[in-house]
Design a protein around this ligand. Structure first.
Ligand SMILES: NC(=O)C1=CN([C@@H]2O[C@H](COP(=O)(O)OP(=O)(O)OC[C@H]3O[C@@H](n4cnc5c(N)ncnc54)[C@H](OP(=O)(O)O)[C@@H]3O)[C@@H](O)[C@H]2O)C=CC1
Ligand SMILES: CC(=O)N[C@@H](CCC(=O)OP(=O)(O)O)C(=O)O
Length: 317
């Protein structure tokens, strides 16, 4: 029996994350694009922007209130922060209940939405059709801290460096290659959204200091953790290997991982595990591609679970 493909709409598809999602959908055995929206690219053929997509679809620019009538089974919101609720409200008003995955930060603190970081929250999913996709740095922070939550002696301190695609396509200092050349740009050094997000979902406070660097994609989070009792390095490695055993998109590695090697890859790497002499301090390094495991790939894991197919469908492993 041939099962019909589910139809997926991407709202805000001109952005970096939207383009990565189009590639994943193009390779998906159970999904087909229903629409991809962009005001700027309205009318242009999708394959001219994303050659991996070979169909005839063009970008369109429907009003938010017209989205429900387009009848997608799955809707991904890839809009800047603060824009999702208008779309969500339109589906509510129309009495339509597609699977909605929001890439922005808008629903990451909403208990009515599932927070989809599968390696850490998959067991909490109760069939919710509204899924909030985690932030890129917040993913790396949580993967680094979660296995040690019960042995922390102080809030972990996380030093983050992201490529400038993390700052989206709206022009700013943080995605201006001229201003970034030979530079490392610190910003939001206390109170960044991902500090709050990671603290909330870990259930322990973390402190986070982000920076943006001249490379395009991929991020590094280097975390200093004080421990309530001494650990040996081999026990630390064993703890992480156990925590992520069987996970296809989280690799525990011995050495501190390099961002240049994870750019374009769908998995995160966690490694380093440098111990202080007394064994009560460890430094852990996590890297991931902010557009993939930090956004589109994680969204695809969440979509796959919500439509009842293999969590890794269409994700190159
Ligand atoms: N970049 C990253 O590394 C990550 C991003 N995210 C989140 O994913 C979402 C998308 O990010 P990204 O792809 O980088 O964003 P971009 O800034 O690159 O793209 C945003 C998209 O939204 C559309 N858009 C912009 N302004 C508006 C507006 N006022 N009203 C309606 N549509 C608008 C744009 O299309 P057009 O203007 O043509 O309509 C574009 O398609 C954001 O919420 C971001 O925070 C999450 C994790 C990582
Ligand atoms: C370099 C850079 O600017 N990065 C973004 C994080 C991208 C991301 O994950 O954003 P959301 O939480 O909005 O989804 C930032 O710090 O805001």
């Amino acid at each position: 029996m041939v099962t019909a493909k589910k139809r997926i709409g991407i709202v805000g598809a001109r952005g970096h994350t939207g383009a990565e999602l189009i590639k994943l959908v193009a390779a998906h055995p159970s999904l087909e694009l229903a629409y991809v929206s962009s005001r700027e690219l309205d009318g242009q053929r999708v394959y001219e922007q994303v050659p991996e997509y070979q169909g005839d679809l063009r970008y369109s620019s429907p009003a938010h209130e017209d989205l429900p009538a387009l009848d997608a089974d799955v809707v991904v919101l890839a809009l800047p922060n603060g824009k999702a609720s208008v779309c969500v409200g339109a589906f509510d008003k129309a009495g339509k209940d597609p699977v909605i995955v929001d890439l922005s930060a808008d629903y990451r603190f909403d208990n009515g939405w599932h927070y989809g970081l599968p390696e850490l929250t998959r067991n909490k999913w109760r069939g919710e059709r509204r899924i909030s996709n985690p932030g890129c740095y917040a993913t790396a922070i949580q993967l680094s801290v979660a296995p040690l939550k019960d042995v922390l002696a102080a809030p972990p301190v996380c030093f983050g460096v992201s490529g400038y695609s993390g700052a989206g396509t709206t022009p700013s200092d943080k995605n201006n290659p001229e201003k970034l050349r030979d530079n490392l740009m610190p910003y939001s050094l206390t109170g960044h959204m991902h500090e709050k997000e990671a603290s909330r979902h870990l259930g322990v406070p973390v402190e986070f200091m982000p920076h943006v660097a001249p490379h395009f994609r991929g991020l590094t989070v280097t975390t200093n953790l004080y421990l309530s009792r001494p650990h040996k390095r081999e026990d630390m490695l064993a703890l992480f290997r156990h925590a992520y055993a069987g996970e296809k998109l989280v690799r525990v590695v011995d050495e501190a991982p390099w961002v240049s090697l994870v750019a374009g890859k769908h998995y995160a790497e966690v490694g380093g595990f440098a111990m202080s002499a007394d064994g009560k301090r460890v430094v852990i390094v996590a890297t991931l591609d902010n557009l993939l495991k930090g956004a589109a790939t994680q969204a695809m894991q969440n979509i796959n679970r919500a439509i009842g197919v293999d969590e890794y469908a269409s994700i190159p492993l």
